[in-house]
Design a protein around this ligand. Sequence first.
Ligand code: PLP
Length: 433
Amino acid sequence: MNILDLDCRHVWHPFTQAQTAPDPIPIASAQGIRLYAEDGREFLDLISSWWVNIHGHAHPTIAAAIARQAHTLEQVIFAGFTHQPAAQLAYELVQRLPVGLTRVFFSDDGSTAVEVALKMALQYWRNHGETQRTRFLAFEGGYHGDTVGAMSAGKGCGFFDTYGSLLFEVGLLPFPATWDGDTAVAAKEKAALAQLERYLAEHGDTLAAVIMEPLVQGSAGMRMCRPEFLQALAARLRKAGILLIFDEVMTGFGRTGDMFASLKAQVTPDIICLSKGLTAGFLPMSVTVASEAIYAAFLGESFDRALVHGHSFTANSLGCAAALASLQVFADEQTLAKLPQIERWQRQGLATLVGHPLVQRVRVTGTIAAFDVVTEDAGYTSAIGAQLKAFFHERGLLLRPLGNVVYVLPPYCVTEAELKQAYDVILEGLNSL
Ligand code: PLP
């Protein structure tokens, strides 16, 4: 039986309506930005395979590091034991993160990194005797993963209404997206901060933390906000003594042009969640990094004060080796220095679309570029997305619009010619509608 027959018979794919979706495309191998399908087709991976593959596929430095590690220590229980790749990785991450984020908790994917952050925030207050601080505030449109706590924090993205009975209540602030021009954006930021004030007046004593995707909301449709807003928000929360959690699962590791969006925005949260680019897309792993003050609140004689969390594969040594190798690639290839060039190419590409009657809200932050396709059924269920995705696949591009939002989020090995090819095809796709 061929791969597709086996797959169609036994596999259940993520975020997919199997009855109506086209058959999945079997991929045999990948190199750099290219995916090679079993049937001989090639695809340019312009979304870094769900935003994880930052240096390109099959990068030899990372592949070799994993192979070496696999022959040495593939996995060991992480309660009561440790190992060199985990300890070294924690150190290396702390060197690169905003000053003050010093305690690294390992887990398995973006969703669990968020679960850990929520539990840390809740128990931080509990351990300080403030058991009433159980509320969380998030942003409209925010996506934080699809486990129960992460779905609750991400209730503003609207994907998860089906599971409402599983979720806990989370307050929502409006997200001041940047596409309306400076005056309108400033007004939206003011309105969001005013809403925060109202929330603080009503629930300030029971609020544990605010969680958000800094600078760019990913799944909401690459919606971007200004650093000034993050700075104002963080300052207000600090004054009120409320914790700030940054979910940098997508924005981390260079996506916004700096190593982390928090560095670009010059805002240090109390807790940060990282995954996706952490292992450069080679292995599932994540970290939740907290300040020393948060860590200190968990110390004491009683186990009750400890963070009751951990998974079978916590700090898997292959994942840690991959993450260390990815940081090595950042140094070897001067990756951060290449990012402004990618941003320039993205702007050039978008410029070829500006003025098209179906294109609006053109936007770029670092390596992330996006625009909205004008349509009456705007939103993540827009039919335009599926139509364009099929067109792009036919033309050899892995692009996966978020409803009527088309975005390009390439691995950092992308070339100017590849991005030009992508934007040429995007224009053809728009003209085909
Ligand atoms: N947080 C953000 C900002 C994300 O974009 C995602 C995934 O897209 C997640 C959390 C969840 O990560 P994962 O899919 O690895 O669980």
